[in-house]
Write a protein that binds this ligand. Structure first.
Ligand SMILES: [Zn+2]
Length: 451
């Protein structure tokens, strides 16, 4: 081959790599389901025939580790963006402005784009920009606009939405399956508020929690039957996961609860705080009081106090601009209280993501997944590149790695229970920056070898 021809070929390959993919017609569809607060071991003390069957028919991770912090909005947004919390900046369930002291409750944040849209694009938008049709059913973050773009179809959870209505759960399954089968949606995210709700209200180690796990298990059985009924068995991949675990809150007389006002005068020393929110607290010291606040809080037992810029790297929180300068994390099961004990939850989360009680679940099945495969644990940040690969789209920059989840997939070209053969697009394995697809890199290597 002549040099000019080779150069043209290289240029063509490069320009193809730079363009967004056109609609990935060969890709199977993807349903991502989150059951909020499903601790990794919730299926181990209650009969779950459908979840057990999923292990045979698909893949399971022993557990997955959510990001710090182990809270609903931050963790869900890491799953759907593949970014650490310090990068996507959804640093709390509550929206707040530490300068004006304005605070907005979790459910009211669900449509507030200014809380979610911080320059990181979630999967819905990235997929839409590459020609796919996406929807969010109650999934945190789905109700916001990103750089002015909305998710194609959005249902936002109502303020008084009941979390545990099994009939409605089944209706929601049928609704999203119709979106796939009748309206050709490619990606739908579906969220359920259980077992988080029962875990908070009754505690994770209760009969009430087991009852909800049985209900979730029946719903998964219903889902599989409905996938068949909608003729989606050969074309729909399903990932079932969650945002964090749950632990029993320690109370008197077993322990002395942490009341922070005992250790420092909050009014005098802090200009902003969210402290009555489980085991994770944030505060902004008044000017000149930084060291006094840090030293005083350091005296409180069962608590670790961090300067934002001195947090362990593994938290991936320190670079956040939104987080106030002081972050406090209680020991597992200890609740923080600012002035009085107002928090009445029997179970909670928000603790260190290294605690086993904060770990959560990962299950997947469908035409592109192996069967009867149990994976080692991994971080939830790696789910994002896996979803991009399944949808055959170019990922936005992310912190995950395809190397971690690659073993969950059938080798390229093989297909579960289907005659159809697709050619999954090879995506860069890992790294946080979008690079040329591996296939193009290989082509270039071949060409340069010839040269
Ligand atoms: Zn949650």
């Amino acid at each position: 081959m002549k040099k000019l021809q080779l150069l043209l070929l290289v240029a063509a390959a490069l320009s193809a790599a730079g363009k967004p993919a056109s609609k990935a017609v060969g890709a199977n569809k993807l349903l991502l389901i989150s059951f909020d607060g499903f601790r990794w071991d919730y299926d181990q003390d209650v009969e779950t025939p459908n979840l057990d069957q999923l292990v045979l028919d698909g893949v399971k991770a022993k557990y997955i580790t959510p990001p710090m912090l182990t809270m609903t909005s931050p963790s869900h947004f890491t799953t759907i963006t593949g970014r650490w919390v310090e990068d996507h900046e959804v640093v709390h369930n509550m929206m707040y402005d530490s300068k004006t002291n304005q605070k907005v409750s979790h459910k009211k944040t669900l449509t507030r784009s200014e809380w979610w849209d911080n320059g990181v694009l979630p999967l819905w938008i990235t997929a839409q920009n590459q020609g796919l049709k996406t929807a969010s059913f109650h999934f945190p973050g789905g109700g916001a606009n990103y750089s002015g773009q909305a998710v194609n179809r959005v249902l936002v959870e109502e303020f008084d939405h009941p979390d545990d209505n099994e009939t409605e759960w089944r209706q929601n399954v049928d609704t999203v399956l119709r979106w796939f089968s009748e309206e050709d949606f490619h990606l739908v995210t579906l969220y359920y508020g259980e077992p988080d709700n029962v875990g908070h209200a009754k505690g994770p180690d209760t009969e009430d929690r087991k009852k909800i796990i049985r209900q979730i298990d029946r719903t998964i059985g219903y889902l599989r039957e409905a996938i068949d009924r909608h003729s989606l068995t050969d074309s729909l991949n399903v990932i079932i996961t969650s945002d964090h675990g749950m632990t029993t809150v320690k109370k008197r007389p077993q322990v002395e609860e942490i009341i922070l006002n005992k250790y420092l005068n909050l009014i005098k020393l802090a200009s902003f705080e969210i402290l009555d929110y489980g085991g994770f607290g944030i505060l902004t010291p008044r000017p000149g009081k930084e060291q006094e606040v840090f030293d005083s809080l350091s005296k409180a037992p069962n608590l670790t106090v961090y300067h934002k810029d001195q947090m362990p790297e593994s938290f991936h929180l320190g670079k956040s601009e939104r987080l106030p300068p002081i972050v406090v994390v209680a020991d597992l099961g200890f609740n923080l209280n600012s002035r009085f004990i107002v928090y009445v939850n029997k179970g909670d989360h928000g603790y260190h993501n290294g605690e086993m009680d904060m770990k959560t679940i990962f299950r997947a099945f469908g035409p592109d997944f192996r069967r009867n495969f149990v994976s080692e644990p991994f971080d939830s940040v790696h789910i994002y590149p896996l979803m991009c690969k399944l949808l055959q789209i170019h990922p936005a920059p992310h912190n995950g790695s395809m190397r971690v989840t690659e073993p969950l997939l059938l080798p390229s070209g093989e297909h579960n229970g289907s005659m159809r053969v697709t050619e999954p697009l090879l995506l860069p394995s890992g790294g946080s920056q979008l690079t040329a697809p591996v296939s193009v890199t290989l082509l270039l290597l071949v060409i340069f070898t010839v040269l």
